[in-house]
Design a protein around this ligand. Structure first.
Ligand SMILES: *Cc1c(COP(=O)(O)O)cnc(C)c1O
Length: 397
């Protein structure tokens, strides 16, 4: 890969993943089996969780968690406007009412705003660790304890992120944590996800709901003893992860720490290059936490620039650099406009931030020189389109 075109993302898939998939295909066991069991067990060890259920997406994991906790019609669930639509869809899937809280300075959900949204109908909070930066979980857990709310973390970006020495997934103060292994995520199985918990009862519910509502005991008897009998005990889903995908996940997980080190190093290179550039703001970091650096969300100081964000993106694209935006706030999507709990008046800070954000390419398959090229190109661009410069130029003429 050279500097002629830098894609927004490329997965890092090695020979180990390819060989394991080949062996899986030859093994005769394609769906959830020994490799999924191995991936589940190694993953829960990595995030210090007690139980883990592999699922075919993070979306499925969030839906399962909400369903397993018995959240449904009449219940309100508070989440962030700066997330992927899936976070909100899951709340609607169980018939509950989504309610937005606003974001804080770091772009994550603001606990003070959550507190303002809590009513007697509120049952759960879904914080999202945006870009892999851990939310202020102490404040969120504290609110949850005082108001007897469930906490389900959307950790789609946060495999390996930590608060102090505790990995996301490691605390029993959250009821469930859902991770994503989608193609563009830090750790990928193409499509996939994992739900972790420390609650044994919830695990049983997750396992049953994940596979057609078939009771786990009956299923074990069925698969182990060759017994043909099984029993459907509730309205379940089809959310299991196949062994073909888990084969990829097993090897991605072994590389995750080195992936995270590269991401952190690259984020630091971006920070060093851009922190003193007045036209932009580098992402906030939180003392005592380790971000998974899934995203590098740069903020433009639009009053210091003569171009807007969309033109900035076009200019970068013209120089061969692909970028993205995370995220289009929930209230701006057509479908969500009919939900009062998703109104943009609930999240003025997210609405204000949205026109300023652009996500830079950041992934282990990039080279250090490509990171430097992106940072250098941004410096040149903001110099070219600096409002200060245009004032100086017009004063001279
Ligand atoms: C990607 C993503 C999801 C959904 O993950 P899937 O595995 O694709 O279902 C959920 N929430 C956030 C914040 C995401 O970025």
């Amino acid at each position: 890969m050279d500097n002629n075109f830098i894609p927004f993302h490329l997965p890092s898939i090695g020979q180990e993943e390819i060989d394991e998939v080949t062996q899986t295909l030859r093994s005769g066991w394609l769906t959830s089996g020994p490799r999924t069991a191995q991936f589940e067990s190694e993953f829960r060890a990595y995030v210090s969780a007690t139980f883990s259920q592999a699922v075919n997406s993070c979306t499925a994991g969030l839906h399962l968690a909400l369903a397993a906790l018995g959240i449904g019609p009449g219940d309100e669930v508070i989440t962030t406007p700066l997330t992927f639509c899936a976070t909100v869809h899951c709340i609607l899937h169980v018939g509950a009412t989504p309610v937005l809280a606003d974001i804080g300075p770091d772009g994550n959900i603001d606990p003070a705003s959550i507190a303002e949204r809590i009513t007697e109908r509120t049952r759960a909070i879904i914080p999202v660790h945006l870009g892999g930066l851990p939310c202020d979980m102490e404040a969120i857990w504290d609110l949850a304890r005082r108001h007897r709310l469930y906490v389900i973390e959307d950790a789609a970006h946060a495999v390996g992120a930590r608060i102090g020495s505790m990995p996301i997934g490691g605390s029993d103060r959250s009821d469930a944590v859902a991770f994503s292994f989608y193609a563009t995520k830090n750790l990928t199985t193409g499509e996939g996800g994992m739900v972790t918990t420390h609650n044994a009862d919830l695990t049983d519910r997750l396992k049953t709901l994940c596979l057609h509502g078939i009771s786990k005991d009956a299923w074990n008897r069925y698969s182990e003893k060759g017994n043909w009998h099984y029993d459907v005990v509730e309205e379940g889903f089809k959310y299991n992860l196949s062994d073909i995908q888990s084969a990829i996940g097993i090897h991605q997980l072994r590389k995750q720490e080195s992936f995270l080190e590269i991401r952190a190093r690259y984020a630091d290179l971006y920070r060093q290059a851009l922190t003193d550039v007045a036209e932009v703001e580098v992402p906030l970091e939180r003392e005592g936490t380790r971000s998974a650096w899934h995203l590098y969300v740069l903020r433009l100081n639009l009053d210091r620039l003569t171009i807007d964000r969309d033109e900035f993106i076009r200019q970068l694209r013209h120089k061969g650099i692909a970028t993205s935006v995370h995220f289009i706030p929930i209230p701006l999507h057509t479908f969500f406009t009919s939900y009062p709990g998703l109104d943009k008046s609930l999240c003025p800070k997210a609405m204000e931030l949205y026109p300023r954000i652009v996500s830079l390419p950041l992934y282990p398959a990039m080279s250090e020189s490509q990171i430097e090229f992106v940072a250098g190109t941004i410096k040149d661009l903001v110099h070219q389109f600096s409002a200060a410069r245009s004032v100086a130029v017009s004063a001279r003429s």
